[in-house]
Unconditional design. Structure first.
Length: 349
């Protein structure tokens, strides 16, 4: 047996496997001083598969183990996919036989760093009377409810807990949640998603609240608005449409095509919202689509609006997205996809 498996650990796993009628069982364990402890059953399956249910915990060295009832410890395609996904979080992956006498280690675990806490002193220094925000806004008035909300959210981040806050109009909710999550993101080198329901709130965050904090806080950060792929013009499809326009579009859309040709040369980001007029059905012919994308093989890859935006997002600490995009990303990741529609993130507001 591998050195990580103590006799007590192996005995516990054998008992759980037997109790599951010798089907596959998925375990989580903590590795301390090269010995597995705190072994827990996370899920049970059949003779061929088992759900992988685990989440990384800061400061712990985690390992997941499951058995192959056949005794053949060769990893399946599903094993390799799951191991690759968990490895990104530093979680090790192993396969054992039903007697827990043989083990195959796919991925070695990595000791994760303890999570850095959000300084409540810094939260108070940002939003309190005479603080950083007040220093750049002469008319700013510190609001006790805003500061209370920010402190409560900071404590939730420090405890790894979920938080639900409700506040009336005029409290300054955006600054109250932005300040603690920005401090948390900086201290832990992590990325945060701020998900909104309305364009108005996105614009408030982008053009008012975030620029204010970028000037006021004693550290820098980058924030970007992330849009769905269909919002971006595909340069390759657009060129093809220009060349074959008469065959693909109706006469009534030709004027819009001419206008788009001028716009494409000057647009900031190539998104439909920057267009200035409603393109109608024409947009469906030129928008970016994953199935039609040639990626690095495309002659326009380096100047691609969509991929340029994604590169900007990878360089940002704060991603602003709408609820639809966030849940599309969650749905993809829940199905085991290696990547989602958003870059990797670690906190959602």
């Amino acid at each position: 047996m591998h050195k990580w498996f103590s006799p007590a650990a192996a005995r516990l796993m054998r008992q759980e496997i037997a109790a599951a009628n010798n089907n596959e069982v998925f375990f989580r364990a903590t590795l301390r001083e090269n010995v597995m402890t705190d072994i827990q059953v996370m899920s049970r399956g059949n003779q061929d598969s088992v759900p992988t249910v685990v989440q990384a915990k800061p400061g712990l060295c985690l390992m997941v183990i499951h058995n192959h009832p056949s005794g053949d410890l060769t990893p399946s395609g599903g094993d390799i996919t799951a191991a690759s996904r968990l490895a990104r979080e530093g979680i090790g992956f192993a396969i054992v036989d039903n007697s827990v006498s043989e083990a195959y280690i796919l991925v070695e675990p990595v000791q994760s760093k303890p999570q850095a806490s959000v300084s409540l002193k810094l939260v108070n220094a940002a939003l309190g009377p005479g603080g950083y925000v007040a220093g750049i806004m002469p008319a700013y008035e510190s609001r006790p409810q805003q500061l209370e909300m920010a402190v409560n959210l900071a404590q939730a981040l420090n405890e790894g807990a979920h938080a639900l806050a409700e506040a009336g109009t005029g409290i300054g909710k955006s600054l109250a949640y932005l300040v603690p999550v920005l401090i948390w993101a900086r201290e832990n080198n992590r990325r945060v998603v701020v998900s909104t329901n309305t364009i108005n709130l996105q614009e408030q965050l982008l053009y008012k609240d975030i620029p204010l904090l970028q000037r006021g806080l004693p550290f820098g950060f980058k924030a970007v608005l992330v849009k769905g792929r269909a919002n971006y013009l595909c340069k390759r499809k657009f060129r093809e449409l220009i060349q074959r326009g008469e065959d693909l579009i109706e006469d009534k859309d030709l004027s819009n095509l001419q206008a788009m040709m001028t716009w494409e040369k000057t647009t900031r980001d190539g998104t439909k919202s920057d267009l200035g007029f409603w393109p109608g059905d024409l947009w469906d012919l030129v928008c970016s689509e994953p199935d039609a994308c040639l990626r690095v093989n495309c002659q326009f890859f380096r100047e691609c609006f969509f991929h340029s935006a994604r590169r900007e997002a990878l360089d940002a600490q704060v991603l602003i997205a709408n609820h639809s995009l966030l849940f599309a990303d969650i749905a993809l990741r829940s199905k085991g996809a290696d990547t989602g529609v958003l870059p990797e993130y670690h906190c959602v507001v």
